[in-house]
Structure formats: C-alpha cells, structure tokens
Design a protein around this ligand. Structure first.
Ligand code: FPP
Length: 301
C-alpha cells in the first residue's frame, strides 16, 4: 500500500480500485474462504473488464519505483521458449517464432521507456542451424523481415538506435547479410541506444575468432604479445566498443547460458524468468529490472 500511496494520483479511480484489490488479496489469500472469494472476483466480468487497466496501473507503479534507482545500462536477453509456447497453444513452431518477433519489438519499447541504453538479443545460435530447414528458413525470413522493417521504423531514427548484427555473418544467407549490412551502415552514427541482434552467434566461436585475429595481428607485427590485455582482447570481439551486459535475462525457465556472450558475462547478474519468451509481459521485465536493482554487485570485492 505504501507504494500505491506514493504515486501521484494520475488516475484516482484506478488507483482506488488497485488499492482495494491489493487490500482484498492481502487478507483473503490466507484463508480457504478468502481464496474462494478471490476466485469469484477473478472470474467476474467486472474484474476481467478492469483487470487490464489495473495491470497497466501496477506496471506504472513499478516503472516509477524503478526510475528512482539506476537502471542497468546493458541488458542481454536469451529469448527462449518460442516453440514450447506455440506447442502449449496447439500451434506450429513457426507461429511461436512470429510471436517471439513481436515480443522483441515490445521489449525495445520497454527499454526506451526505462532508458536502458543497450539491448542485446540472442536470435539464432550457431547450433540452431541444426534445426529443420523449414524452421531455419522461417527464423531467417523473420530476421530479414525485421531488419528491413527496422530501417523504415521511425522509432529507430527518433531514438537514434544503432543496430548491430553480431555473429558469423558469413554463414548467413546472402540476402540477410545485405539487410544486416544496410541497417548497420545506416545507423552507425546513432549513439543514443544500441540494439544488438546475435545471429549465427556462438560465444566460443566468437572467442576463437578473436584469438585468430589477434594471432594474425601479432604475426604481422601490428600487436605485441605483452600488450594483449583484457581491454585489447574485448576489442577483438563482436561487441567491440560496447560495455559488458549488466544483466542477462533468460526466459522459459531454463537456467543456463547456452554459449551466449561467454567472455562478456563475467560480472553480469543473471535472471531466469519462468515464462516462455512470447508470453513475457511488461511486468515480468520490470520485475527482472527491479530485482537487478536490489542486488549488490561486488565484482569480487
Ligand atoms: C528460442 O526458442 C528462440 C529462437 C531460437 C529463435 C528466436 C527468434 C525470434 C525471437 C524471432 C526472430 C528474431 C528477430 C531478431 C526478428 P526455441 O525455438 O528454442 O523454443 P523452445 O525452447 O521452446 O524449443
């Protein structure tokens, strides 16, 4: 209730309803009768009608709370669970990826709203090439569509979003490589936000690739072995110039990193959300950010 009261009464009626429901939930949840009453409330038409508005109001409260504290500068996301989401609704994996694509657009909006400057998403791993050719084609087509759409999207230009596609670009179909290069060139002078799309990406492969480039530069006399520092090494990675992620969020309930940003995640906070990527709601994202803010990062100190 403290949180509700501290919010400016922008929408007093909504505020009152949210307060009432918070109050009822707080007491009713502890008894069997209370739970039955709550179930009746949740099933009622009036509740369904107002719950959307109430949820928006609760998100608003959470956003206000988040804005009182530093937000992570760089959030990296493992967008997992597209196929399971689709299966749970009796849909095909391809439809799951369509929903997944839409969710990414929403998440970018949430980042603008919170002022999260860098978003890196794992769209396709080097291992994902082992999926059926139909599925690989669907994801590739979606990515191309999304890149071509983004270049015309006023939000990219208005917010000055620099878009990078990171990974083994040479293993991507020619048309995607062209779209990727076009958006990277067109946005290369933008410096307000960064959107990094990891495509045909593998963390170990990225490290090996960096080592090969370093070895070549040493061989050519452009780099001295004794000068190879962490900073120099980082500059050979696909994420050159970007600060490491503060927070890595993985959806779908799986708790592993799956070869994502292996070097860069050394000090990142990890957050695993038990929800399939396409089903992720703004509230789930806000909770991840709030949880991050409550954690204390010590960097080994
Ligand atoms: C993981 O879920 C998702 C992927 C491998 C593909 C991600 C693709 C998108 C979100 C859509 C296109 C992206 C862009 C950048 C436009 P999964 O397929 O592994 O599902 P599962 O874990 O349930 O099997």
């Amino acid at each position: 209730m403290e949180g509700v009261r501290s919010i400016p009464a922008k929408k007093p009626s909504l505020r009152l309803l949210a307060e009432k429901i918070d109050e009822i939930e707080k007491y009713a949840i502890h008894s069997a009768t209370g739970k039955k009453v709550l179930a009746k409330i949740y099933q009622s038409n009036i509740y369904k009608y107002i719950s959307k508005k109430i949820n928006e109001f609760r998100d608003y409260k959470l956003v206000e709370e988040i804005k009182q504290h530093p937000v992570p500068k760089h959030v990296a996301v493992i967008m997992d669970g597209n196929r399971r989401f689709a299966k749970s609704l009796g849909l095909t994996p391809e439809v799951g990826h369509l929903f997944g694509r839409d969710k990414l657009e929403q998440m970018l909006e949430w980042c603008f709203e919170l002022g999260i400057k860098i978003l890196t998403v794992y769209a396709f791993s080097t291992e994902n090439f082992n999926r059926s050719s139909k599925e690989v084609k669907t994801i590739m087509d979606l990515c191309k569509e999304e890149l071509d759409k983004a270049i015309k999207d006023s939000r990219i230009h208005k917010n000055r979003v620099r878009v990078r596609v990171i990974g083994r670009l040479d293993s991507l179909p020619q048309d995607i490589r062209q779209s990727a290069q076009y958006i990277m060139d067109s946005t290369k002078n933008y410096d307000n936000y960064s959107l990094n799309i990891a495509l045909a990406y593998g963390g170990r492969e990225e490290i090996l690739h960096a080592i090969q480039k370093i070895a070549k530069d040493v061989k050519k006399g452009r780099l001295k072995i004794e000068d190879i520092s962490e900073n120099i090494f980082s500059s050979y990675l696909y994420t050159n110039g970007l600060q490491d992620p503060d927070l890595i969020l993985r959806t779908s309930g799986e708790e592993r990193i799956s070869n994502f940003l292996l070097w860069q995640l050394a000090y990142s906070e990890l957050y695993f959300a038990d929800i399939y990527w396409p089903a992720l709601q703004k509230r789930d994202f806000l909770r991840a950010i709030r949880t991050y803010q409550k954690r204390q990062r010590r960097y080994g100190k």
